[in-house]
Design a protein. Structure first.
Length: 74
């Protein structure tokens, strides 16, 4: 997890929200949806990225709440 921001990752039957580089989760939730909701609030407050990982640990979705290096045109 080298990418800066908040990561939603699978954790022992539940889902955790981890700040990039942190060894401990900032919060743990029963469902991925709950974890995403919590991580979204943190990412918006800190103006950082949100990375949502699948059960396999790979990033499946990414949302930017800060300085987006590639903002959409139009």
């Amino acid at each position: 997890m080298s990418k800066k921001g908040q990561h939603v990752v699978p954790n022992k039957g539940g889902w955790s929200v981890k700040k990039a580089g942190a060894s401990k989760a900032s919060s743990t939730h029963a469902t991925q949806a709950e974890a995403i909701k919590a991580a979204t609030k943190v990412a918006q407050n800190q103006k950082t990225e949100l990375y949502i990982h699948g059960r396999d640990g790979r990033i499946r979705e990414r949302n930017s709440y800060g300085n987006d290096p590639h903002p959409p045109k139009g």
